[in-house]
Design a protein around this ligand. Structure first.
Ligand code: CA
Length: 221
């Protein structure tokens, strides 16, 4: 019964979500607007994952956050709401269209002062931060962007997050595709490689938490 992670049936998931998830109104409004964008809204994290990430911020006392892949800003808003007033999040994305939705909701929620958006390929932004002496300058990183670059984001995050800081990767179960040997698409292959690397990496303590589409947590030693 408890020797493995429980299977989440529809009925159990409905109970879990209805009974234990409290989505603040600002996040619910952003979810509703993002849903109206259609299929692309799948790129948004679930409310329970947003709640979990806010809890991680509060648990760790993180104040300096880095996000790679912001989309319409839900995960950043969930974290910003959990941050103290002097907490900051540097958000990296390439879409003016989607992050304009994010900016509006961050402002409406009264947390825009905590958030800085950098529109550029994230590898360039992260390399720029390292060149500017920002190594060890973040307490927590959340990576939820193009899967092919996850390995590159990981190596940079290991330098940008301080020792003891937390690196989070989204979509590490990839709809189950990582366990399907017949799936050799580039994204699935990149996620499998990342999962194997982190599991064996002496530089981190880690756990892949089966929430949402899989959320890997790794603490830099
Ligand atoms: Ca994602």
């Amino acid at each position: 019964m408890s020797a493995r992670t429980i299977q989440m049936t529809d009925a159990l998931y409905a109970y879990y979500r209805d009974t234990t998830v409290r989505e603040p109104a600002a996040l619910a409004r952003l979810r509703a607007e993002t849903a109206a964008l259609g299929g692309v809204s799948r790129m948004q994290i679930s409310p329970e994952q947003g709640q979990f990430m806010g809890l991680l911020v509060a648990m760790t006392g993180a104040k300096r956050l880095l996000e790679v892949g912001t989309f319409t800003g839900y995960s950043a808003l969930a974290c910003a709401l959990a941050l103290p007033e002097d907490g900051t999040i540097l958000c990296c994305d390439v879409s003016e269209e989607w992050t304009s939705v994010a900016r509006r909701h961050w402002a409406e929620a009264g947390v825009a002062h905590k958030l800085t958006l950098k529109l550029a390929p994230a590898l360039e932004t992260l390399d720029g931060l390292l060149a500017d002496g920002r190594a060890d300058g973040f307490d927590m990183a959340f990576i939820d962007a193009d899967k092919a670059n996850y390995g590159g984001y990981y190596e940079r995050a290991l330098k940008l997050v301080r020792p003891g800081g937390l690196i989070c990767f989204d979509n590490t179960l990839w709809g189950g595709a990582v366990a399907d040997p017949a799936d050799t698409t580039a994204d699935t292959t990149a996620l499998r490689a990342l999962n194997a690397t982190i599991a064996d990496d002496p530089r981190v303590m880690s756990c892949l938490v089966p929430i949402g589409d899989g959320l890997t947590l790794a603490i830099r030693r």
